[in-house]
Design a protein around this ligand. Structure first.
Ligand SMILES: [Zn+2]
Length: 251
């Protein structure tokens, strides 16, 4: 029964005095008990590498609450995590079974999408490989603009694992997962200034550039801003607004 100054909790539907009530992320009254339950059972975790050291930061999303403060001081930032959380929806597959479906924040790619049963080596291959790297060589991910979403499914033994990486760090992320790619030296001339510089490129990246531009790799290519071309060894970046001509290649 509604009493004076009492509010109904959005979750358990019990009435509590307004002074004891918290507010859900969506602005509804939420009792303290339900708030703490929401963050402990079946919530979604979003894990972000620390930008400077090997630590990690974990955000949570429950049915009524969100805890996104830990993202504030990461390369991803709190807004991106909230935007991503806005896209999360539960999808029933059949009967009581289901899983979460999610969107991809602008500028990011969902590079791993699989599942884990919590024990190492017992999920999908990409997730296992990633978990292995994350566990043993965590410091490598420091400085990568990325986040990992771990979401419960209707199978209590299975979690969905998704890894999102900002497009500017896709190559760097792949290098961590796949190891150092085979690289070659390439001398490029800036068409506007006639200045030449040597760059180290991976074959994988080179092929992708040529494929996207539909050009012969021995003649000429143009670097547009959509193409993220990195100097693999030094981490320098080509100026993406300029045209380059290939002067020579050292295989
Ligand atoms: Zn409640």
């Amino acid at each position: 029964m509604a009493k004076k100054d009492h509010l109904k909790c959005i979750s358990c539907e019990e009435f509590y005095h307004m002074d004891e009530m918290l507010t859900s992320y969506y602005g509804s009254p939420l009792c303290e008990g339900c708030e703490s339950d929401d963050m402990t059972s079946g919530c979604i975790s979003v894990i972000l590498p620390d930008p400077d050291d090997s630590g990690e930061n974990t955000c949570y999303m429950g049915t009524h609450t969100r805890y996104t403060d830990p993202a504030w001081n990461t390369l991803v930032g709190e807004d991106v995590i909230n935007d991503w959380m806005d896209t999360v929806k539960w999808k029933n597959t059949d009967g009581w079974r289901g899983h979460y479906v999610t969107g991809v924040p602008e500028g990011y790619e969902r590079i791993i999408d699989g599942w884990s049963s919590g024990g190492w080596g017992s999920g999908t291959t990409a997730v296992n490989d990633f978990e292995d790297m994350w566990k043993n060589e965590h410091e490598q991910f420091a400085g990568i603009d990325m986040f990992v979403a771990v979401m419960p499914t209707s199978n209590v033994f299975s979690m969905t694992v998704e890894v999102y990486v900002h497009k500017r760090h896709l190559d760097a992320f792949k290098r961590i997962i796949l190891g150092d790619p085979e690289v070659f030296e390439c001398e490029l001339k800036d068409v506007a200034t006639d200045k030449t510089s040597w760059y180290t490129l991976s074959y994988e990246r080179w092929e992708k550039v040529c494929e996207e531009l539909d050009m012969d790799d021995e003649i000429y290519f143009y670097v547009e801003d959509k193409i993220d071309l990195w100097n693999v060894k030094a981490g320098d970046r080509l100026d993406l607004d300029k045209s380059f001509e290939v002067v020579s290649i050292n295989d």
